[in-house]
Design a binder for this molecule. Structure first.
Ligand SMILES: *Cc1c(COP(=O)(O)O)cnc(C)c1O
Length: 373
């Protein structure tokens, strides 16, 4: 018997559902003869800013550069420290390092896996300039206490919203919860392009103006360069395709929500630790992450059943070779290290069929009960 493979994320299904509109949008750009910083990028910036409830959106090359440009524009660099979650994707740290500043990791809350606001204050030093709040797996960090600390210590709060398009915190959208936010449109994100892309969102008009220059060689008028800029631009083709997908974001996030509810119901009697959703959170369910002390075996057994899972993430940033120069030895961020040993992301996305999801739930339950027996 050949069992059908269940992909971790079905990007072909996403294309198929919108193929006519996407093809038309691509054709419109290809025929226009204008490919960089034109009407499509301007329209997408307006539409995504409105969606997130902020005044300014600047399309940039990718999520990492969005975060990097925000820090650069705030003048955060050498001899500065930025508080980052210990438990995050490494890009949150890299943006800090690229600017010459030092990432200062803070352990997560055991239940949400996001930064624990109660531990942030003791990490603040006279060198601290900002707090990077990452909305990991699509659930916002607890922003009120972070914003309160930032106000008290005169720090910037920068959201890494790369996994949180459409997520809500107390009814407000991710991207509108700090001084500025960086989004990624990497294909696998909830709002994914067909290549790389990113955006900076902010209500700060000065920051918006500076990032707008920085992304384009430091220039707003061609060949007049006001600051030492970069080349980091969302392109017309990606912007046109993203406009089509933005129209479906809420509907597709709704499907993710329903899938999350079915996982919670179907897996609640197993030994797995399931995601915790605080009352104030409405996650975008970028990932559905469970925890198990026997994670590697579960992943291997699921793979034998044709069920593709992923680990977000296998190695924490402080134990990566890239950060080998930092004085953070193994064992110093124990909760983060434990989470990295236990997490497993089950297939999740708007094109996961009910039948496939039932197969996943049944397989997980069977594997875990054979372990107990
Ligand atoms: C994807 C991601 C990024 C980086 O986005 P790119 O567009 O791939 O550069 C940053 N932070 C988090 C949390 C991410 O998931």
């Amino acid at each position: 018997m050949v069992t059908e493979e269940i992909p971790f994320l079905d990007l072909q299904g996403a294309y198929q559902e919108l193929a006519d509109e996407l093809d038309a949008a691509a054709k419109r750009v290809l025929r226009s003869g204008w490919y960089i910083l034109g009407a499509e990028v301007a329209a997408f910036e307006q539409e995504f800013a409105a969606y997130c409830g902020v005044n300014h959106c600047i399309g940039v090359g990718n999520g990492l550069e969005a975060l990097s440009l925000i820090l650069h524009a705030y003048g955060i660099g050498k001899n500065d420290e930025v508080i980052v979650p210990a438990n995050t994707y490494i890009a949150s740290w890299l943006a800090v390092s690229h600017n010459g500043a030092t990432p200062v990791p803070v352990e997560p809350d055991e239940c949400t896996c996001n930064i624990n606001p109660a531990l942030v204050e003791r990490a603040i030093t006279p060198k601290t300039r900002a707090i990077m709040a990452v909305h990991l797996y699509g659930q916002t960090a607890d922003m009120d206490p972070l914003n309160e600390l930032a106000a008290r210590y005169d720090l910037k709060v920068i959201e890494d919203a790369a996994q949180a398009h459409g997520a809500l915190y107390k009814g407000r959208k991710a991207g509108s919860l700090g001084h500025a936010a960086g989004f990624s449109f990497y294909p696998g994100k909830n709002l994914g392009a067909f290549g790389d892309g990113g955006a900076v969102l902010t209500n700060d008009p000065q920051l918006a103006e500076l990032v707008r220059k920085l992304r384009n060689y430091g220039s707003t008028t061609k060949y007049y360069n006001e600051v030492i800029g970069f080349n980091s631009r969302l392109d017309e083709l990606q912007a046109a395709l993203l406009r089509v997908k933005l129209g479906r974001l809420d509907q597709w996030n709704d499907r993710r929500r329903k899938i999350a509810v079915l996982y919670q119901q179907g897996l609640r009697l197993t030994s797995l630790v399931l995601p915790t959703v605080p009352a104030w959170a409405e996650p975008a369910w970028h990932l559905y992450v469970v925890r198990s002390a026997r994670r590697d075996r579960l992943q291997r057994r699921l793979a034998e059943e044709g069920i593709n899972t992923m680990i977000h993430y296998p190695i924490p940033a402080h134990l990566q070779k890239a950060y080998g120069h930092m004085p953070i030895p193994e064992g110093s961020l124990p909760l983060t290290e434990k989470i990295h040993d236990e997490v497993l992301s089950l297939p999740m996305g708007p094109h996961l069929s009910p039948a496939d999801q039932q197969r996943i739930i049944a397989a997980v339950c069977a594997i875990l009960s054979e372990e107990q027996g």
